[in-house]
Design a protein around this ligand. Structure first.
Ligand SMILES: Nc1ncnc2c1ncn2[C@@H]1O[C@H](COP(=O)(O)OP(=O)(O)O)[C@@H](O)[C@H]1O
Ligand SMILES: [Mg+2]
Length: 431
C-alpha cells in the first residue's frame, strides 16, 4: 500500500493544531491579543512563512481551544477564564476594491463554516454547533446545515439598509452579538478574521473603518503579506491605540523548528515512515525558514518512498529528491513559475540565478532581508557574456509573468524576490 504523503505533510494552511509546529513566542502574543478586550490583531510577514496557519490557530484559541498553547508549554500564559468568541473567517481577493466592498463581501459570503452571514439569526436557517478539531474538548463554533427554504434571508433580526453597507454590516453584527454570541453561546465577543488583507486594492480609510467597527464585543484580526502594519493598513495612525498588543510579525522559522516539522510528520504517519538521522536537519536547512518548502520536500521524500516501496527516508532517497529538484522534476508548481519567468531566454535564466544567489543580510530584524541589488548581478552577468541586462529585467518585474521580482521604490536598483520560496528554489535549481 502506498503511503499517503498528505498524512504527514501538507502545502495547505494548517488548521489542525496537532499539525502546527513551533512559533511559541507568537502563540504567547496571540493569547494576549485574543484576551485583550479591545484591539486589532494583525499578522504579517512574507509569502509562505506561515501567516494563514497562525491565523487559523488564533481562530481556534478564540473559540477556547488551547491545546496547542498547552503543548507548547504555555499553560501559565492562558487566563483562568479566557475570553471566548464566535468567529468569522474570510480570505480577501484582489477584486475587492476598498473597505466598503470588503464589508459587502462579508455580508454576502455563504460559507457554511466561516461566513459572517451564517451567524446572522434568521428563521429558516438551521445552525448547529461543531468543533474545528478532532479533540473532544475542543471549542465549539457554529455552522449552517440548512440555509432555509427561502434561500439566504436575513431580514427578520438584522435589517438590510439598501445603499448603506456600513449600516447593514453594523446591523448584522449587532444581531449576531445579541442573539448568537451572548444569548445562544454565552461568549464574550465576535472575532472577524480577514486573511490576504494585503490584496485589497484601495486601503484608504480602512483603518478608521475597522476602528469604528471595533468594540469590546467585536474584534478584527487582519493577516497579509507585508514588512509591517503600514503595508496592511495605510491609515495606521487611526488605529494606533488598537494595536498595542496585537502586532504579530511572522518571521522565517528557526532551523530547529523547521526540523520539528519532519519529526511531527513522523508521528502523524504513526511510525509508518522513518527519516534516518541527519535527514531532517538537511531538509530544514534547505527550507531556509520557509515551512512551505520543508513540507514540499517532505512530501516528495514520501513519493520517492512509494516508488521504491520502502519506509525509510535515508540518504539515497533524499539525494534522489534533491537530484529531481535540481533538474526541475520534483516541484512542478515552482518549476512552472521559474520557466514562466525566464521565458526561453538563456541569458535571463543566468541573470535570474545571479540575482537569487546574491548573498543577503540574514538579520531577522532588518528590513533589508531578501533585498538584492541589480548592480552586483550585472557585473556577474557581464563576466559571463550576458548582454542587454536592461532588456532582460522587465519580464522579471512584469505581473503577467509572476512577477518574480518587485522593485523597492525607495532604493534605486534594488529588488526583492516576491516569493522567497521561489528564490530558494532557483538557488537550488541547476542551470
Ligand atoms: N507552524 C507550522 N508548522 C508546520 N507547518 C507550517 C507551519 N506554518 C506554516 N506551515 C506550512 O507552510 C506552508 C505555508 O503556510 P501558510 O500559513 O499558508 O503561509 P502564508 O499564509 O504565510 O503564505 C504550508 O504548507 C503550511 O503547511
Ligand atoms: Mg496565507
Amino acid at each position: 500500500m502506498p503511503i499517503d504523503p498528505e498524512v504527514g505533510f501538507t502545502a495547505d494552511v494548517i488548521r489542525d493544531p496537532s499539525r502546527f509546529v513551533g512559533r511559541t513566542e507568537l502563540i504567547r502574543d496571540c493569547i494576549l491579543a485574543i484576551n485583550a478586550p479591545t484591539g486589532l490583531i494583525s499578522v504579517y510577514g512574507k509569502r509562505g512563512v506561515g501567516k494563514s496557519s497562525l491565523l487559523r490557530q488564533i481562530q481556534q484559541m478564540a473559540l477556547g481551544e488551547y491545546a496547542l498553547a498547552k503543548r507548547a508549554g504555555l499553560s501559565h500564559s492562558i487566563p483562568t477564564t479566557p475570553r471566548t468568541y464566535l468567529t468569522a473567517y474570510y480570505s480577501c481577493d484582489s477584486l475587492i476594491t476598498d473597505g466598503k466592498d470588503l464589508l459587502s463581501r462579508l455580508c454576502n459570503d455563504q460559507s457554511s463554516e466561516d461566513s459572517l452571514l451564517r451567524l446572522v439569526p434568521d428563521e429558516g436557517k438551521e445552525i448547529v454547533e461543531f468543533t474545528r478539531t478532532k479533540g473532544v474538548s475542543a471549542g465549539a463554533d457554529l455552522k449552517v446545515v440548512n440555509w432555509g427554504v427561502k434561500g439566504v434571508e436575513s431580514t427578520k433580526y438584522a435589517k438590510v439598509v439598501p445603499g448603506d453597507i456600513v449600516q447593514t454590516f453594523r446591523n448584522f453584527v449587532d444581531a449576531i452579538v445579541t442573539h448568537q454570541v451572548k444569548k445562544r453561546m454565552k461568549r464574550d465577543g465576535l472575532l472577524i478574521l480577514l486573511d490576504e488583507f494585503d490584496v485589497i486594492a484601495n486601503k484608504d480609510g480602512i483603518g478608521s473603518l475597522i476602528k469604528s467597527l471595533t468594540t469590546p464585543e467585536v474584534k478584527f484580526a487582519i493577516c497579509g503579506i507585508g514588512r509591517d502594519l503600514t503595508e496592511l493598513v495605510s491609515d495606521h495612525a487611526s488605529i494606533e491605540r488598537l494595536i498595542e498588543q496585537g502586532l504579530l510579525p511572522v518571521k522565517p522559522m528557526p532551523i530547529p523548528e523547521s526540523e520539528e516539522i519532519i519529526l511531527r510528520a513522523e508521528k502523524l504517519f504513526n511510525d509508518a515512515v522513518k527519516f534516518e538521522a541527519g535527514i531532517s536537519a538537511q531538509i530544514a536547512e534547505l527550507g531556509q525558514g520557509y515551512p512551505y518548502f520543508v513540507q514540499l520536500i517532505g512530501k516528495q521524500c514520501i513519493n520517492e518512498l512509494n516508488v521504491r516501496n520502502t519506509k525509510v527516508v535515508d540518504q539515497s532517497v533524499f539525494d534522489k529528491v534533491i537530484m529531481d529538484l535540481k533538474s526541475g522534476k520534483a516541484f512542478p508548481t515552482l518549476e512552472a513559475a521559474y520557466q514562466r519567468a525566464i521565458g526561453n531566454s538563456r541569458d535571463r535564466q543566468l541573470l535570474l540565478h545571479f540575482l537569487a544567489d546574491q548573498p543577503t543580510e540574514q538579520s531577522q530584524f532588518s528590513d533589508e532581508v531578501g533585498r538584492i541589488v541589480l548592480k552586483a548581478a550585472r557585473q556577474d552577468a557581464e563576466d559571463l557574456n550576458v548582454q542587454y541586462v536592461d532588456q532582460l529585467m522587465p519580464r522579471l518585474v512584469d505581473k503577467k509573468y509572476g512577477p518574480v521580482l518587485e522593485r523597492i521604490t525607495e532604493r534605486q536598483g534594488t529588488y526583492e524576490f516576491v516569493n522567497p520560496v521561489l528564490r530558494q528554489y532557483i538557488k537550488l535549481r541547476e542551470f
